[in-house]
Ligand binder design. Structure first.
Ligand SMILES: C[S@@+](CC[C@H](N)C(=O)[O-])C[C@H]1O[C@@H](n2cnc3c(N)ncnc32)[C@H](O)[C@@H]1O
Length: 273
């Protein structure tokens, strides 16, 4: 089974520190909306929680803060991020967590163990998401739930005034991720993948963040130039296209009535008792 993925922190953008900051901003951008749905989907305090593909640990931090009686186990494939997330959470004085190095494809975790599993922005980077979902099903308790959160780059950032160059950027991003075996348009497929894996009681929501509600700054931090510049460097965007994206974005921001909106896709399923 392939364990390749199309997200490698030291390759996806030009600078690892900036990419970690971008991931943090991307958690902040959606957390209030995501939490609402996590609660609605069945997450509650005291549950045994696992996060697959935890990255720098910012989602684990949010969960530990919000659910003071829960224990969180987090799995991450990239050794540098295993170390980073562990140190980050220890510095914040958390004790109720464990970070394990490993792959979602074959976690080595106990069967039927967790009340709830969260997999955020990971399936879209895997060549075989169904096998990953089957592994998540295996480690969740009967009656337990699994929540998957992903992008679908058909509908990513939209703006007023319209920024046509963003379509060129997202097409370039999709071409890059597809070429590495990922699926940046998996958002729409989540309910089907969960059903195919054997989950029941599947539900699905598209959640959104809007600049009028949370401000522009969160969007600036969660987007950044790192990924577009890397797409240029790897030949997926021309210098003219990159320059045009930047010009159109700046012009959009200058408009006093501008709006920025972005979506994420959330699906939940239960494991049969
Ligand atoms: C976009 S980041 C998301 C991190 C975190 N879940 C969040 O929402 O902030 C994707 C993470 O998945 C990890 N990852 C990719 N493939 C993986 C695999 N097969 N098993 C475990 N983690 C994986 C990457 O190393 C990266 O840390």
């Amino acid at each position: 089974m392939s364990e390749q993925n199309s997200y490698k922190i030291d390759e996806i953008a030009t600078n690892v520190d900036a990419e970690i900051k971008r991931l943090k901003a991307q958690v902040e951008l959606f957390w209030d909306k995501e939490l609402k749905h996590l609660l609605e989907f069945g997450l509650s305090d005291g549950m045994t929680i696992v996060e697959l593909g935890c990255g720098p640990g910012f989602v684990v931090e949010k969960i530990l803060n919000r659910f003071p009686n829960s224990e969180v186990t987090a799995l991450e494939i990239e050794p540098m991020l295993v170390k980073y997330s562990r140190n980050y959470l220890l510095k914040k004085q958390f004790k109720r967590f464990k970070i394990i190095e490993g792959s979602i494809m074959n976690t080595g975790m106990e069967e039927n163990f967790y009340d709830i599993a969260i997999t955020r922005l990971v399936l879209e980077h895997l060549p075989d998401p169904l096998s990953a979902v089957l592994e998540v099903l295996r480690i969740v308790k009967p009656g337990g739930k699994a929540i998957f959160v992903d992008n679908d780059f058909e509908m990513h950032i939209m703006t007023y005034p319209h920024t046509p160059a963003l379509r060129i950027l997202y097409d370039a991003y999709c071409n890059a991720r597809f070429s590495e075996g990922g699926n940046p348009k998996i958002g729409r497929e989540l309910p089907r993948v969960l059903k195919q894996a054997g989950f029941t009681n599947i539900d699905f929501e598209v959640i959104s963040a809007h600049s009028e509600i949370i401000g522009d700054e969160m969007f600036f931090k969660s987007e950044g130039i790192g990924i577009p510049y890397k797409l240029f460097r790897s030949g997926f965007l021309s210098s003219k296209e990159l320059a045009n994206i930047s010009v159109e974005w700046r012009n959009m921001i200058k408009n006093d009535n501008h709006s920025i909106v972005r979506q994420l896709y959330m699906a939940v399923g239960s494991k049969k008792i």
